[in-house]
Design a protein. Structure first.
Length: 355
């Protein structure tokens, strides 16, 4: 990796340049940066612009950190925007780099490309749809200075008083033990654990996997509540909860790798309600086909009652608008089938008994 002394010859990288160059000096201060901020992104330059504006407003010297934008679906709009921003900060810093990621798709692979290309010994992870507070980097670095090898910060998810089911689920990120929307990790710890498992091709459980790998290796993890990022909920299409069920397959992978930690930290019991709903629906259909209308009616009534209870539970603390109620009724009938399918798909794919 070539040294940049006030120029732009090394603003843009590629996956061939991921080796860490410890002897390279920082182009602005004559020293390596204290921290590298790694931001994976995928074809949403407007959100990325808001995130970068917040990262550039940090209350530490701009020469102390660099920013690496890992583009998981390389596109001209993102590249051009990052290039303009890098040009604007070429003199005063921080150094901004664009890294196209074209091998393993997904946030896990993008983050790996980012931290491996980083020049600092400490890595700060956030996402392209967050807005870090201006003390974010300072607070995270102070927590690492206190002796931890990894730190999770505070994630604030603003939602309305009566959120949609999707918004309420997204707000669960605020209570996550360790989420890469706001995390700091020593480079040495990432190297020892291998970083992120790139089999997690969706934004689900890849951060828990890293957390468990760090714990399993004996590293100290700490919490820094004063390292804050705001994580607005992105708009979602109607019925989005059905497509989200595909992520369930990655629970199986996490369980296979870390069964004890999965039981202790995730504590997710098998979805017995889902199995009961599916069983009653299948029984109702089979009994009807075989000419047993009474049995079919009883099974159908059981299916209706359980599905209705599931829908009511989802609506209990969420919006009661007509559109949302209709969405909850529709998706509540379908989610058990989608969820169990992807759960069993993951068990087969990753060869682990996971029901």
């Amino acid at each position: 990796m070539s040294t940049v002394m006030g120029g732009m010859s090394d603003v843009f990288g590629d996956e061939a340049s991921i080796a860490h160059a410890s002897a390279v000096e920082h182009p602005y201060t004559g020293a390596l940066p204290d921290v590298s901020v790694v931001i994976p992104t995928y074809r949403r330059p407007d959100m990325l612009a808001c995130c970068l504006a917040s990262v550039l407003a940090q209350d530490i010297d701009p020469g102390r950190y660099e920013i690496i934008v890992c583009d998981d679906g390389p596109d001209d709009a993102t590249r051009d925007y990052v290039q303009r921003l890098a040009n604007d900060h070429a003199v005063q810093g921080p150094r901004i780099r664009y890294l196209p990621v074209t091998s393993t798709q997904g946030p896990a692979g993008a983050r790996n490309a980012g931290w491996r290309a980083a020049r600092a010994q400490r890595i700060a992870f956030t996402d392209d749809d967050t807005q870090p507070a201006n003390r974010w980097l300072k607070a995270g670095l102070q927590a690492l200075d206190a002796g931890a090898q990894a730190v999770s910060g505070c994630i604030v998810v603003p939602i309305p008083e009566h959120p949609s089911d999707y918004e309420r689920d997204a707000a669960g990120l605020a209570s996550a033990e360790f989420a890469t929307a706001n995390a700091f990790v020593e480079r040495a710890a990432l190297m020892r654990t291998g970083g992120f498992d790139e089999r997690y091709t969706s934004a689900w459980r890849e951060d828990s996997d890293l957390q468990f790998a760090l714990l399993d290796a004996g590293f100290v993890l700490a919490r820094a509540d004063d390292a804050v990022v705001i994580h607005p909920v992105r708009p979602a299409r109607w019925g989005v909860s059905l497509s989200q069920q595909k992520k369930s397959q990655f629970d199986a992978l996490l369980y296979k790798k870390y069964p004890r930690l999965f039981r202790e930290r995730i504590r997710r019991a098998p979805p017995f309600l889902y199995y009961a709903i599916i069983a009653s629906a299948v029984l109702a259909a089979c009994a009807f086909a075989l000419g047993h209308p009474k049995t079919s009616a009883v099974a159908a009534a059981a299916w209706f009652a359980m599905t209705g209870w599931f829908c009511a539970k989802r609506l209990a603390t969420t919006s009661r608008s007509a559109s949302h109620v209709l969405e909850m009724a529709y998706t509540s009938a379908a989610i058990p089938f989608f969820s169990v399918f992807w759960r069993l798909y993951g068990a087969i794919k990753f060869r682990v008994p996971f029901v």
